[in-house]
Design a protein around this ligand. Sequence first.
Ligand SMILES: [Zn+2]
Length: 228
Amino acid sequence: MHSISAIQQNKLISCKVYRCCGCGRATDAKDARYIYKKSCICRACFAGIRSVEGSKRFFGDYYKDYTYSPFYYDGVFRHIFLSFKFNGNLAFGHLLGMATGESLSDINELHCYDAIVPIPLSRERLNERGYNQSLIIAEYISRAIDVPVIELLKRTVNTPAQSISVGTSRTRNLIGAFKAASDTASKRVILFDDIHTTGSTLNAGMVALKNAGAADVCYVTAAYVYSD
Ligand SMILES: [Zn+2]
């Protein structure tokens, strides 16, 4: 039996390639910005994701609070996200989770919260998709800012699939769509949703958390839909 030499081993490691979820190119480790199993986001694609600087003020219909979104929902981000959410490419979600967690890690205010609460899916949607895309990304944020994920919210009604629509009717429809657990009381909560579109889902989640006695709620999303 001949054992593999260190030189051969190094050669094998350096030959390892990862498929970029943005451009589809075979990429080696040095050109990959984030790696998850056999997938990566290459440095060129990552450079093409637009970052949001600092915090953006969110104006909801019911409350006015701060929200943090590290990225804009367009271009490469949107391409990767849609494949994750609707085509079952779970690895892509882990890569977006890594990018989101790292981008939020230096926001000091976020480190002081007691819980990250991902927006839940309805039981029907969870069975259909097999995973909650917001929970996967929230777990990476949790590690990055050292705040636990606690699933304090439940959906009380099955709402239609999130689409990029604007309008107050959706906002009103969603109030009452969530119920928060009793141990929400006195907690400082980061409410997390995948994409910030109209803010109506976040608003509904926040109403439920505040009704259950949350001391403070801030919003975090992975990406923000920009409109003029
Ligand atoms: Zn790429």
